[in-house]
Design a protein around this ligand. Sequence first.
Ligand SMILES: O=C(O)CCC(=O)C(=O)O
Length: 488
Amino acid sequence: MAAGTQESPLLALAAGAARNKGEYVKPFTPEKAKGIIMSLQQPAVFCNMVSDWPSRHWTAAHLSEVLHGKQIRFRMGMKNTDTVPQFETTCNYVEATLEEFLTWNCDQSSISGPFRDYDHSKFWAYADYKYFVNLFEDNSDVFQDVLWSDFGFPGRDGQESTLWIGSLGAHTPCHLDTYGCNLVFQVQGRKEWHLFPPEDTPFLYPTRIPYEESSVFSKTNVVNPDLKCFPRFQKARRHMVTLSPGQVLFVPRHWWHYVESIDPVTVSINSWIELEEDHLARVEEAVTRMVVCALKTSEDPHSTRAWLNPTEVEATSHEVNCRYLNGAVSAFFDHHRTPKAVEIQALKTNRENVEKKELNVSSHMEVAQTHNQDLSLAPGKQDAVSLFGPDLFPVTPGPKEEHPSERGGIFEKDGKELVDKDGEYFAKSCCARRQQMSKSENVVEQTASNSTPGLSQAFISTDDLLDCLVNPQVTRMVAQLLIQGKSL
Ligand SMILES: O=C(O)CCC(=O)C(=O)O
């Protein structure tokens, strides 16, 4: 049993008695669920945890009534099987109501309305990444319909959640999320999840273009890979699961995922749970942003749209990026007060990229592989696996398997920049996608705007950053990666 998941005998007795009376009892207490989430290093599906959540009734038809007439932005994609991923930068967008979406989706002969230019047999539509706080700004009561407190996160509800409504074929290209781990509640229809462990990153051909602060995309279309261009992808260990209504998928930190709607209408709700490692990740992202913005802006100063994901607010200036970096570093130090803690955290989170001894790219890949003998649990938490059963099943490598799913079957199938008092700029959040996600991200902003000195006296200067970026170890690794990338 994982640390922190031990159930008290009294609770177990009470649960047994309730079950005997035919009452609905969740298979895991909040403490136990949280213990699993914090120790499991493999994706897994929780069943029978959300049957009493009011949001289980949130079909697209129901939501269209709740949102009566609200305009939503839909991403439009092709139902083709190209080998090139459909990044958000290459998609078209349509502003429409949910009602108009449902009409287009059901009445395939409809030739009017905002979707009129999109032949239903060729296109899918996806209202993805919709923050509750934006979508339900006039109706915040609905936040309480989502109860992540049942998973051990008290107070977390719709306010920290995102909604996804799609048609058949709607998908999100393969990416990893930089921050947190993820809980995903499938409400309507089914979605197919293709997951790959963080250790397989070299086989996924990561790219920072399109640039997005909170995601790293794969160049590979994982459902139709071009193996001539991306031969290492063959080594990636795909884990697959079909998520059905009523199930909650746990996606551990830095697992790659491609997600596709396989029913005519799908609705899901997710929440990214902040983790300790996010503090250092935020510094890494600030460095990445600075490098990407500097190089891409000088390559083509007029067209940020070509490389910036539409979920990002805008390309930010060097000054703003510098402030963001300083904010992230200050927040890191605020969190890890002692130098020892800083050292441990930095080394721990570095494991995916930098080997301490020799920065050899190919040996790095092998090390990544051997690290991965036991993907399932954090060290010292080996026995959480005993919790697998009908209410929690692991997502395992290889083709998807049928799993016992819903008991009872009650679910339907079917930067902007801010000007501060002194007139100086600070990016509100360099991350549009996650701007409501993380309370700790606000800490970065506040720390940056309250305590970051002027650029000239910045704690981390441009030269400090350059000293690190052109460190011989780093440039050697970059050189090796460049050569390796061109020699395959
Ligand atoms: O459902 C999707 O299309 C993508 C979901 C996703 O990427 C996430 O929850 O992190």
